[in-house]
Ligand binder design. Structure first.
Ligand SMILES: Cc1ncc(COP(=O)(O)O)c(C=O)c1O
Length: 456
């Protein structure tokens, strides 16, 4: 029998997170205060985030210890398996070796829980009694509800309206773990009311839901806001994924040629590839492929500019690849990939040529998901299906060129709450959507003008 699953023991759970900021060839562009245009300080962000998380956000330390209380909760499902996808390889007739890291094992079903637990913990020890957040696909909201329950704090979730209706079972999961969920835009916040007044039928977006969650957090002293992606500390917490993969690859006696992750705000991709970045910076040949949907092509068609993280311009200005904070992507089924921006660390790595970006349409991703479900069993989240599509394209290239590459992708979550999307795919109702260039240009034209040479 061949080794299919490379499984680590609980003792192998990483003891420290890896911080890419320590190894970047140039420092990250600073995050700017929208009024002063000066770099933000921890004090500016203190009403929103726990002190320890802000320290991590700006830290240049290479390794940051994972508290035992966090490791203890992570150990409920970590380390996750690395699986050699032998059935998929066979179906593709490829000489490539394909592995996937299975992050669908957490109770809520995705990688999001890795950072949710850390964020709930640091807020709890700082005395917070309630956390607010937004959720697109529902994965982050359920991860945060689960994590808050572990540490005994309340969780309020603003869920993008289109997903709220597409995914009623995600709402049930959040409520089971004690989360309170409202569709966004809601009438509960000033931002939500303004957006509903302008467009009562808006499907909502992550940018809008962030505005509402931020507004709700600053209204009381014992509430903070949490974000499921984009920020440096979220990328940091996700590195448990890649750190485990490093060890699992060693146990398999193999090493990746190409590593692939889907990208919404960038966190599961970063978590997989950042721990391998020091090897690449030392000259090792290794490709990192970030995959996004054609309907929300932040890295492929956006610009590297300062922009707001949310629609109502409440957040600081972040230098990132963006389609513009007013960009409202169509209601595709990979709800977690519908974000106008991209993590500053992922954006900067792309700008420096350390990673590459590619985009796929949703129908070809669902086809890849079906092939994966048929061969490897797990029904993937529609977001993860983008990574699967990219892995299949790489493996097919290996077949055509008769090369034996090692391909590693992240299965960021399962799709068991996405069956209505699969129903639409199976009945042939799903459509692809290419965002018209004029609309992207119009949204980019509304970006704030910041004196910043070389920003295009
Ligand atoms: C399963 C899954 N994968 C990927 C993503 C995209 O987020 P990120 O790019 O931060 O990993 C999401 C977001 O909700 C998700 O639920």
């Amino acid at each position: 029998m061949s080794d299919r699953r490379i499984v680590l023991s609980e003792r192998d759970l990483p003891r420290a997170w890896y911080n890419l900021q320590a190894d970047l060839p140039q420092p990250l562009p600073p995050v700017l205060h929208p009024c002063t245009m000066q770099p933000v300080t921890p004090d500016d962000l203190a009403p929103l985030f726990a002190t320890e998380l802000l320290k991590q956000e700006m830290s240049q330390d290479r390794w940051i210890e994972i508290p035992d209380e966090v490791r203890d909760v992570l150990a409920m499902w970590r380390p996750t398996p690395l699986v050699r996808a032998r059935n998929l390889e066979r179906a593709l007739h490829t000489p490539a070796r394909i592995y996937f890291k299975d992050e669908s094992h957490s109770p809520p079903g995705s990688h999001k829980t890795n950072t949710a637990v850390a964020q709930a913990y640091y807020n709890k020890i700082q005395g917070m009694r309630r956390l607010t957040t937004e959720t697109g696909a529902g994965q982050w909201g359920s991860a945060m509800s689960f994590a808050c329950k572990q540490f005994g704090i309340a969780c309020k979730v603003y869920m993008v309206k289109v997903s709220y209706h597409q995914k009623p079972y995600r709402r049930s999961m959040m409520e089971l773990w004690g989360g309170e969920v409202v569709p966004s835009p809601s009438t509960e916040t000033k931002s939500g009311r303004a957006i509903l007044a302008a467009d009562p039928h808006t499907p909502g977006s992550l940018g809008i839901a962030i505005s509402e969650a931020v507004e709700a957090a600053v209204q009381s002293d014992d509430s903070h806001y949490t974000l499921g992606s984009v920020l440096n500390h979220v990328m940091l917490h996700q590195t448990v994924i890649g750190l485990e993969v490093e060890r699992q690859m060693r146990e398999a006696g193999d090493y990746p040629d190409v590593m692939i992750g889907c990208c919404g705000g960038g966190s599961n991709f970063a978590g997989l590839v950042f721990p391998f970045m020091p090897d690449k910076l030392r000259g090792k040949e290794l490709r990192f492929v970030a995959v996004e949907p054609c309907s929300c092509p932040t890295m492929s068609r956006g610009q590297f500019r300062y922009d707001f993280g949310d629609t109502s311009q409440l957040t600081p200005l972040i230098k990132m690849f963006t389609l513009g904070h007013n960009f409202v992507p169509p209601g595709i089924h990979a709800g977690g990939l519908r974000y106008h921006g991209m993590a500053p660390l992922v954006s900067f790595a792309l700008k420096l040529g350390l990673i590459e970006a590619t985009a796929f349409h949703q129908v070809e991703c669902f086809q890849a998901a079906q092939m994966f479900a048929e061969t490897e069993g797990t029904i993937p989240a529609p977001e993860s299906s983008h990574a699967i599509r990219a892995a299949i394209v790489e493996a097919e290239r290996c077949r055509e060129e008769n090369t034996e590459k090692c391909i590693v992708f992240n299965l960021s979550g399962h799709g068991l709450c996405d069956l209505s999307a699969y129903d639409r795919y199976l009945s042939g109702d799903l459509e692809d959507f290419e965002y018209p260039q004029e609309k992207i240009q119009a949204s980019l034209a509304e970006l704030p003008l910041i004196p910043d040479p070389g920003s295009q």
